[in-house]
Design a protein. Structure first.
Ligand code: KIV
Ligand code: ZN
Length: 507
């Protein structure tokens, strides 16, 4: 069986989804989970694009040592140098250089001719090679590039030292038959192609990203670039979970293996959805809430008799064993720490103390605390790490008749206590207005959603919001058994992100 290299680009192409910006702590948390999932390559970001992304890639390169850590770079000297600076401490570093090759990009965007493109590709791959052995090259918009020119670019890149050549269907235009012919053409016409791994990178504009990625395996492609939940530019990228589960479920057709631990799929999907604030559509294959729900009587009847009558995948195999009852009010710090470790979290002593204190508060309000609840508590702790303003107290009065009123107390950047109050059309509006009176960051709330993490009246509610400030979208999340408090936390989280971004810009 041939091994397929799983190249995860959730933290780079996935993060390019509108409004999905992640901070360094969240990126690191996701990278650690991708490590547990067993991906071979983590494309951690695009260091030359912003100081924040540089720092996040640098952090991941230092902290995550098993997989290859890859940094993306424009085919420009400064970008290649920044990519190297960010990943040079990685155990297995890779630089990924990209450059458009289609006439439409050359003419309208780059304003360069084909000879210039070949020269730049050669020089920038060679520059990256001066830093590391492991260099990937992508001719952007490959599927709309004239094949004979594509062959020349690939040959030049491999000659200059590229060890992986990636074929991006940048605009999601290809269909499987056509994509297979393109790959066949590459193997037949690029003389040195056997010196590199050939990779596929498919976008989902026509809903064909996974189909295109799987189709070309039989034509010699050995690396697939994909993202968790299929997030990415526009309609997204090929979904990792769909690819690996297709390979795992249809072993009769695909003679390929991956190193993915399927039992980590569900948790990884949830983490990415929570950090990016991008909900997974209920009917999404593998990880959607309805993917293993059977509604019609005849299906339910079949499942009760024999699961395989209507299920091609055992939900337990992707880590959906049901919520395990774990801890309660009387559990001690040791049991708490050990359960977190089993779930894959290693917190510092300080983080552990704070999370344990919130766990005890929660245990006073909620009888059974599940693994899902613990995941939320850890996420709350990680969010708190990068705060400029911290929510100390929130108090509302509302009703009908009544005038919704909120009083807010915050701790400011210098540890000062800041308090104010406001009226609103409802309790959340009043809370947001009171916070605005203290922080004063101009913004518009564009989305607001609440969901309960587990079942039951005492469940934790998680609020996800989006705000727009100076033309940029920011996600905010907050969780609490009280949804007004969760709403306040979500707003503070979004505002802290705005402030962190501004700080970065002003640096
Ligand atoms: O879609 C694309 O072409 C890309 C490249 C940077 C590989 O994401
Ligand atoms: Zn892409």
């Amino acid at each position: 069986m041939d091994k397929i290299i799983v190249f995860d680009t959730t933290l780079r192409d996935g993060e390019q989804s509108a409004g999905a910006a992640l901070n360094a702590e969240e990126k690191l948390e996701i990278a650690k989970q991708l490590d547990r999932l067993g991906v071979d390559v983590i494309e951690a970001g695009f260091p030359s694009s912003s100081r924040g992304d540089f720092d996040a890639v640098h952090l991941i390169a230092r902290e995550v040592s098993r997989p290859i850590i890859c940094a993306l770079a424009y085919a420009q000297p400064k970008a290649v140098d920044a990519a190297w600076e960010a990943i040079k401490e990685a155990r297995y570093p890779r630089i990924h250089v990209f450059l458009s090759s289609s006439d439409i990009h050359l003419f309208y965007q780059l304003r360069k001719n084909r000879e210039e493109i070949i020269d730049i590709a050669k020089n920038m791959v060679a520059r990256a090679k001066g830093y590391t052995e492991d260099v990937e090259f992508s001719p952007m918009d490959a599927t709309r590039t004239e094949p004979s020119f594509l062959y020349q670019v690939l040959e030049a890149a491999i000659k200059a030292g590229a060890t992986t050549v990636n074929i991006p269907d940048t605009v999601g235009y290809a269909i499987p038959k056509e994509f297979c012919s393109l790959i066949d053409g590459i193997f037949d016409n690029v003389p040195n192609i056997h010196h590199a791994v050939v990779s596929a990178h498919c976008h989902n504009d026509l809903g064909l990203a996974v189909a295109n990625s799987l189709a070309v395996l039989d034509r010699g492609v050995r690396q697939i670039e994909c993202t968790i939940n299929g997030i990415g530019e526009r309609a997204g990228n090929a979904a990792l979970e769909e690819i690996v589960m297709a390979l795992g479920t249809r072993r009769d057709l695909f003679n390929y293996t991956t190193d993915i631990d399927f039992t980590q799929i569900s948790k990884t999907s949830r983490l990415v959805s929570e950090c990016t604030g991008m909900p997974v559509q209920p009917n999404k294959a593998i990880v959607g809430a309805n993917a293993f729900r059977h509604e019609s009587g005849i299906h339910q009847n079949g499942i009760l008799k024999e699961r395989t009558t209507y299920e091609i995948i055992d939900p337990e195999s992707i880590g959906l064993a049901g919520t395990t009852l774990t801890l309660g009010k009387l559990s001690g710090r040791h049991a708490f720490k050990s359960r977190l470790r089993d779930l894959g979290y290693t917190l510092s002593e300080e983080e552990l103390s704070r999370t344990f204190a919130t766990f005890k508060e929660l245990a006073d309000k909620k009888r059974d605390i599940t693994d899902r609840d613990l995941e939320v508590l850890v996420a709350e702790e990680l969010r708190a790490v990068s705060e400029t303003y911290h929510l100390e107290q929130v108090q509302v009065s509302c009703g009908d008749p009544g005038i919704p009123t909120a009083t807010i107390k915050l701790v400011g950047p210098e540890g000062q206590i800041l308090a104010d109050a406001a009226l609103g059309t409802g309790p959340v509006d009043a809370v947001y207005k009171a916070i605005d009176r203290i922080i004063g960051v101009p913004n518009t709330l564009t989305e607001f959603s609440v969901k309960s993490i587990t079942g039951g009246i005492d469940a934790i509610g998680e609020v996800t919001i989006r705000i727009e400030s100076e033309g940029k979208t920011y996600v905010g999340r907050g969780a609490s058994t009280d949804i007004v408090v969760a709403s306040a936390k979500a707003y503070m989280n979004a505002l802290n992100r705005v402030l962190a971004t501004k700080g970065e810009v002003n640096r």
